[in-house]
Design a protein around this ligand. Structure first.
Ligand code: NAP
Length: 328
């Protein structure tokens, strides 16, 4: 596995990481024993950048990751998040960036993960009611106390990133970025580059769509979360499927899968971009990791970008209500 540097403070990570959210049944059922085996396989092949959050499965995901890394803590780069509150029933309760919440959340995450330190600790969603300086003042104190090594943000706006970075240097921004979600290219990615902040691309496979295996809502599990995502609504998915032709054509040319081409395209954006695809299957961990060996020509990238131009995707990337706390 190739490696990349995130930020300017010395964090080195594999070029492709592993998103753990879907191991808490985000996109269809998952079984804990199988999930632990999948995480072990990811670590074994060097995909050892593990991404979790206290919000995923309302704590379940951190507990699961903790179980998987028991005895193997030294082999992983452990990332978690705070501030995207959930009720005990999983209800979304909004963002909480109060310093006391940051400190208490970190202690709770450390307990669930069964570790002394989190390598990269992200603010999951910006809380517009708390000055970002106060939130990242608390993160700075966690770093000074040795509970966190590096600071990160998710889905933050450019001015907020600048203000937080002035209080505590930010190592990575983790926001949605993929062929069908290119909003970050106009302002956010250039801001990260100016400040020396790495970019962790979440949902790099478009929540599975860019693997070209989902062609209608019937291909999703009944009752799972993607049914609420507008891009997977019947009328939108029917339009979006047309985008896959170019992806499949390029995949054929380079003898790779569409998922690998989608990840290789992200890697080609710059050596500061690190995708974190998620899967419940070990064979797909292998497939996704091998995307780091796929090289696309400038002409192939240009063809992909001409079809997947910003704004072309039918449907918003999240349900309207959830979009409200992004880009703040
Ligand atoms: N910071 C944030 O706010 C935020 C938000 C969302 C996500 N994330 C992070 O980003 C990670 C990844 O995002 P994501 O899970 O939303 O989307 P994703 O990685 O784009 O897609 C995951 C989906 O793709 C499928 N898949 C994976 N590899 C495949 C392959 N090679 N061929 C066919 N299908 C494949 C998986 O199905 P199977 O499981 O059936 O393989 C799963 O349903 C999450 O786990 C989480 O850690 C962060």
């Amino acid at each position: 596995m190739q490696h990349r540097r995130l930020g300017r403070l010395g964090l080195t990570v594999p070029a492709i990481g592993f998103g753990c959210a879907s191991l808490s049944s985000a996109y269809g059922p998952s079984v804990d024993d199988e999930s632990v085996a999948v995480i072990h396989h990811a670590i074994d092949i060097g995909v050892n950048l593990l991404d979790t959050s206290d919000a995923y499965g309302n704590g379940h995901n951190e507990t699961l990751v903790g179980r998987a890394i028991e005895g193997r803590r030294h082999e992983v780069i452990l990332c978690s998040k705070f501030g995207n509150k959930r009720g005990t029933d999983g209800a979304r309760l909004g963002a909480d960036g109060r310093p006391e919440h940051v400190i208490a959340s970190c202690d709770a995450s450390l307990r669930r993960l069964g570790v002394d330190v989190i390598d990269l600790y992200y603010q999951h969603r910006v809380d517009p009611t708390v000055p970002i300086e106060d939130t990242f003042g608390a993160v700075k104190r966690l770093i000074e106390a040795g509970k966190v090594r590096f600071a990160g943000m998710c889905e933050a706006g450019a001015q907020t990133i600048r203000r937080a970075h002035a209080v505590q240097p930010i190592t990575a921004l983790e926001s949605e970025y993929s062929l069908w979600t290119r909003d970050m290219e106009t302002e956010i990615l250039p801001t990260c580059r100016e400040l020396g902040i790495g970019f962790v691309a979440y949902s790099p496979l478009g929540r599975g769509f860019l693997a070209a295996t989902i062609r209608s809502p019937e291909d999703l599990h009944p009752g799972e979360r993607r049914h609420e995502h507008p891009r997977f609504f019947p009328e939108n998915i029917a339009r979006n499927v047309g985008l896959l032709n170019v992806l499949e054509a390029v995949a054929g040319e380079v003898e790779a899968t569409p998922a690998q081409v989608a990840l290789a395209w992200l890697l080609s954006r710059g050596d500061d971009v690190v995708p974190i695809p998620a899967t419940r299957r070990a064979s797909r961990v292998d497939e996704n990791a091998r995307a780091a060996d796929v090289s696309l020509s400038a002409e192939q990238c240009a063809r992909l970008e001409a079809v997947f131009r910003p704004g072309v995707t039918a449907g918003t990337r999240y349900p309207e209500k959830q979009l409200g706390n992004m880009g703040l």
